[in-house]
Design a protein around this ligand. Structure first.
Ligand code: DP6
Length: 329
């Protein structure tokens, strides 16, 4: 029989990005990506295959609010994959609590789909390896493939459902030495979804191909930096990769601009922090927030420095210091 299960997954931030799909249906990315799973930002999801009438439709709530439309369709799509694999057809009741500011570029879809995958698989009676969970979570949202793992994770682009999955990066504790200062500049919903933004960038941006061409070098540098525990080298690769991605986005037609005035002020403040001797490199995702890669040792000091630096130009800015977090539980 089918039961009920709960799982928790943490958000991750890509240091070397995924932006663009080779296969939209299977979510096979054009580039591999490298991420850090975070401690304080997570989603806890319960999937219950036993409480609805057999003919009912799937139901979902997020932080107590009913989920409908496209977000519900994506959840149902993942549940269908799990049901198909388990040979069941009961509808599910999904209850999800987010400890991540939703849709603000803090990767709520990553923790959300990783937690949904973990809970649905157990509730359906499946016993899946981490790799199988990563492949399934990928079908919900690409970045969710990486949130199955704690610390640093690499999502191998692959070229098929079987070969596109994340793996933990062997780092001998280096993940604990690095942290992210998240500058929360706008926690409102993003204007263009990752899904649409990616498609438009791939289809129309004249800079997309050159970003992809540079990407391999960025990833190689970042992995070498992790192996050498070399934060500046990792930071340089991460910042170049993220800024290149945003340049490619802005060159799309019509342009996609996730940066606002506050983001630009924050990027400048990160440069200034570096000039003042801090380890500090910026990364940005599909939203205006700036995440600053730094050392765990100096994270609190850098957070205070950035707050004071930006207090006039970005009034009301929130900050969160995030450290390496665990994988799916
Ligand atoms: C900019 O994983 O949210 O955060 O696969 O379409 O659901 P879908 O996209 P999603 O994209 C994340 C994009 C990014 C970079 C990254 O996390 O690698």
């Amino acid at each position: 029989g089918c039961v009920k299960a709960t799982a928790t997954a943490h958000a991750n931030i890509a240091l070397i990005k995924y932006w663009g799909k080779a296969n939209e249906d299977l979510i096979i990315p054009i580039t591999s990506s490298l991420s850090l799973t975070l401690d304080d930002l997570f989603t806890t999801t319960t999937v219950d295959f036993s409480s609805l009438e057999p003919t009912a439709a799937d139901q979902a709530t997020l932080d107590g609010a009913t989920v409908s439309g496209r977000p519900l369709e994506r959840i149902c799509g993942l549940l269908d994959l799990v049901r198909e694999r388990a040979g069941i057809d009961q509808p599910a009741k999904v209850t999800s609590e987010n400890m991540v500011p939703t849709a603000a570029g803090l990767a709520s879809s990553a923790s959300g789909f990783a937690a949904l995958t973990g809970a649905a698989a157990v509730a359906a009676g499946l016993e899946l390896s981490d790799r199988e969970l990563s492949r399934l979570a990928r079908r919900g949202s690409g970045s969710a493939s990486r949130s199955i793992f704690g610390g640093l994770a690499i999502w191998h682009a692959g070229d098929s459902d079987e070969t596109s999955f994340a793996d933990p990066v062997v780092d001998h504790g280096f993940a604990q030495e690095i942290s992210l200062v998240v500058l929360v500049l706008n926690s409102g919903p993003k204007a263009v979804s990752s899904r649409d933004g990616m498609r438009r960038t791939v289809d129309t941006s004249p800079l997309y191909e050159s970003w992809v061409a540079e990407h391999a070098g960025h990833l190689r540098e970042a992995l070498a930096a992790v192996a050498d525990r070399d934060l500046p080298r990792l930071g340089e690769a991460a910042e170049a990769n993220a800024l290149g991605m945003h340049a490619a986005m802005r060159a799309a037609n019509p342009p996609i601009n996730y940066m606002n005035d506050a983001s630009c002020a924050a990027l400048q403040a990160v440069k200034d922090a570096r000039a003042a001797g801090f380890p500090a490199w910026a990364t940005m995702d599909a939203g205006p927030n700036v995440k600053v890669l730094t050392s765990t040792k100096r994270a609190a000091e850098l957070e205070a420095w950035l707050q004071s630096r930006l207090k006039d130009s970005v009034p009301g800015m929130d900050t969160v210091v995030a450290h390496a977090g665990p994988g799916l539980t």
